[in-house]
Design a protein around this ligand. Structure first.
Ligand SMILES: [Zn+2]
Length: 241
């Protein structure tokens, strides 16, 4: 049995047995921990109220066989207090906690940057100087980047082409939402997709027809990927215009 100390933000709690809870914490040095807090659902519990989501706690734990056990908990800062009476801020904070948990998939893998982002995001929410949706968006973009994800804004999300200059009419690059980013100017919604099916106007129909010869629809994406790994090179394959 070895004792260790760490501080972290409580992400969620689950009931365990009659009086215990499993507490998930994103800790500064250890990363995400799932630990048992014994007896915390009894009214006499010494630290039960401190182990609630949004609370930054200083913990003393010992390593158990499957789950570690929390033996002491001191509140560093209760980020949940200013959020509890404000629904938009509360939901934004809840999304932050869930994101932080999902972007730290491996238990006890140190995730200091995610921890610092979460503390910064919760503090900004609590201070209330910015729209909670903006605070959440900033948090999501940064934590995704830390986890290795970033939106592709400078190239086509379907084929990777760098030219997103838009067409000669000065229109911006199309943005097929399912692709997760902008597409080449030649891209058109595939036939039968909701946007073209619901449009009875002839403009979109003719645009689809005009673009079909050089479309970079997702059906072409697989050939582009296949071409990249083919021994004959990619010379004759062009996914976009
Ligand atoms: Zn493309």
């Amino acid at each position: 049995m070895s004792l260790y100390r760490d501080d972290g933000v409580v992400l969620r709690t689950q009931k365990l047995g009659e009086a215990d809870r499993i507490v998930t914490v994103l800790a500064r040095r250890t990363g995400r921990i799932r630990a048992v807090a014994k007896g915390v659902r009894r009214t006499k519990s010494r630290f039960g109220a401190r182990l609630e989501p949004f609370t930054h706690v200083d913990l003393l734990l010992y390593t158990g066989r499957s789950l570690d056990v929390i033996t002491q908990a001191e509140t560093v800062r209760a980020y949940g207090e200013p959020l509890s009476a404000d629904y938009p801020r509360y939901t934004s904070g809840t999304a932050m906690l869930e994101t932080a948990g999902r972007l730290t998939p491996v238990e006890k893998e140190p995730a200091l940057r995610q921890f610092l982002l979460l503390v910064g995001g919760l503090r900004a929410l609590g201070e209330g100087q910015h729209d909670p949706r903006l605070v959440l968006d900033a948090f999501l973009l940064r934590s995704l980047a830390v986890a290795g994800y970033a939106p592709a804004l400078a190239e086509c999300a379907l084929c990777g082409a760098a030219d997103l200059g838009g067409d000669s009419g000065g229109r911006a690059a199309p943005l097929p939402i399912p692709a997760g980013g902008p597409a080449s100017p030649s891209w058109r919604p595939p036939r039968g997709s909701r946007s073209s099916a619901s449009s009875s106007g002839s403009t979109l129909e003719s645009a689809t027809r005009r673009g079909s010869s050089s479309s970079c629809g997702s059906s072409r994406r697989s050939t582009a990927w296949a071409a990249r790994s083919s021994p004959w090179g990619s010379g004759s394959w062009a996914a976009c215009s």
